[in-house]
Design a protein around this ligand. Structure first.
Ligand code: UD1
Length: 425
């Protein structure tokens, strides 16, 4: 695992980015699939894994539990969880990730019980897991919070059932899929999340012999199977990473071809960029992004898929700062996802936050400053702001960015960006 305790990113911006960037595998599909390997008493080969810290941490958690993890090449790992022990994951590692909540579903699915530290992850205000727990209880578990641990036990075994979520939750939907794929009977999840990574997890589990249908709609049906077998599976491309580079092209008035994408997954992002005046040309598995006219402000409200993703909200804010006129940004998924705006304001951005809404007045240019990444996507937004701004921008706390972006600095440099990592003092 990389250790970069005190590094910063330094960008001399104001140069148009021109060239090609290849999208890596999707973080938020890779993590549940890695934890999903715990359900399989066999060898799974997972391809197109992004080379990011969150993947390293997840694989280390599995190794610590007794799984055999073998790196076959930069993006391919073999994971064999035949001999894992449940209930022994490291609290320190689990705390590093939001996605470690998938250990709950995976341990419940494998052992009928789970004992896992409370998850960490980005701080966007309160992030409860009540819907996950509601799902586990419906499947027959008794769930208890024990200090910093969550314990779930299905005393009489798991049993398929109907679950209606009170709200649309990506994590709860995937966690119930993991817990239920081998639960006797039929489980139906209603008001399920519809993100492409939900479909990816279903496809992975089905390739292992699971019987899950309806993923990608709001009703998912899971027929419990006796056991899962090993498989080879490739993770889908990361729509958030691709979307971030789409904005990099527009914010620097450059021209980027972003390859290895599924353009359908990018539709909500593409539509908003076009509304702002950005040119987006879609191919079968690439998008080209460039500017032919000035950027204009727009209104964006984040929503569960197929709406505009909350994980693109900070990056979009940067483009709005550079567009002429006023933009409204409404965060409807998380309570507190505007902390990064203070950093952009230090760069001269005109932003007023009122609860879950931000009003952004465009300005012709930002000014360089020393800013910090307050969370993963906010950190990416700082990089975009730095790329668009003449002079030297320094970004601290970059370990948060490296949790989720595979070779960000290398990919941007390949398109002409003057960007480097340095030791921060
Ligand atoms: C996942 C992603 C995150 C993304 C988010 C929304 C991972 C590791 N993280 O987070 O990058 O921003 O989806 O696309 O994949 N909620 C509850 N109770 C619950 C669960 C959720 O109230 O039991 C609320 C949350 O606080 C939030 C909303 O529901 O306000 C949506 O959360 P959810 O879709 O579960 O997001 P995460 O799985 O945490």
């Amino acid at each position: 695992m990389n250790i970069h305790s005190m590094e910063k990113i330094v960008i001399r911006g104001g140069k148009p980015l021109v060239g090609e960037i290849e999208t890596s595998g999707m973080k938020n599909a890779a993590l549940p699939i890695i934890f999903g390997c715990l359900l399989v008493k066999d060898r799974c080969v997972i391809e197109n894994l992004p080379d990011i810290d969150d993947v390293d941490v997840s694989l280390t958690i599995l190794e610590d539990m007794g799984a055999k993890v073998e790196r076959l090449d930069r993006t391919t790992y073999a994971i064999d969880a035949t001999n894992v022990r449940g209930g022994c994951s490291s609290l320190a590692l689990v705390r590093k990730l939001r996605a470690s909540y998938y250990l709950l579903g995976a341990e419940i699915g494998r052992y009928g019980k789970a004992y896992v530290g409370s998850p960490g992850g980005c701080d966007f205000g309160c992030r409860p897991i009540d819907q996950h727990i509601k799902g586990f209880e419906a499947l027959g578990c008794t769930v208890r919070m024990d200090g910093s641990y969550v314990e779930a036990v299905a005393h009489n075994g798991l049993k398929g059932t109907n679950i209606f979520f009170d709200l649309v939750s990506v994590g709860a939907t995937m966690n119930v899929m993991l817990a239920a794929v081998c639960a006797p009977g039929v489980t139906v999840i209603e008001n399920a999340a519809r993100e492409p990574h939900i479909v990816d997890l279903a496809n992975f589990l089905n390739t292992c012999g699971g019987q899950i249908s309806g993923a990608g709609t709001d009703t998912i049906k899971i027929k419990g199977v006796d056991s899962l077998h090993g498989c080879t599976y490739a993770i889908i491309p990361d729509m958030i990473e691709a979307g971030t580079y789409m904005i990099a092209a527009a914010a620097t008035k450059g021209h980027l071809k972003i390859t290895n994408v599924i353009p359908r997954h990018l539709e909500s992002i593409t539509a908003k960029l076009c509304e702002m005046g950005v040119s987006v040309v879609e191919g079968d598995d690439f998008v080209e992004v460039f500017l032919e006219k000035p950027l204009t402000g727009v209104n964006v409200k984040t929503m569960p898929y197929p709406g505009f993703p909350t994980d693109m909200q900070p990056q979009m804010a940067v483009l709005m700062c550079l567009a002429s006129g006023r933009s409204n940004l409404h965060e409807s998924v998380f309570d507190n996802r505007f902390r990064y705006t203070e950093e952009l304001i230090r760069m001269g951005a005109l932003i007023k936050v009122d609860g879950k809404r931000a009003l952004i007045e465009g300005t012709p240019s930002l000014r360089p400053a020393r800013v910090r990444a307050v969370d993963l996507r906010a950190g990416a937004a700082m990089v975009l702001a730095g790329l668009a701004t003449e002079g030297e921008t320094e970004i601290d706390n970059i370990q948060l960015i490296e949790r989720g972006y595979d070779d960000l600095v290398g990919k941007l440099r390949g398109c002409g960006a003057d960007i480097r990592k340095e030791n921060a003092v």
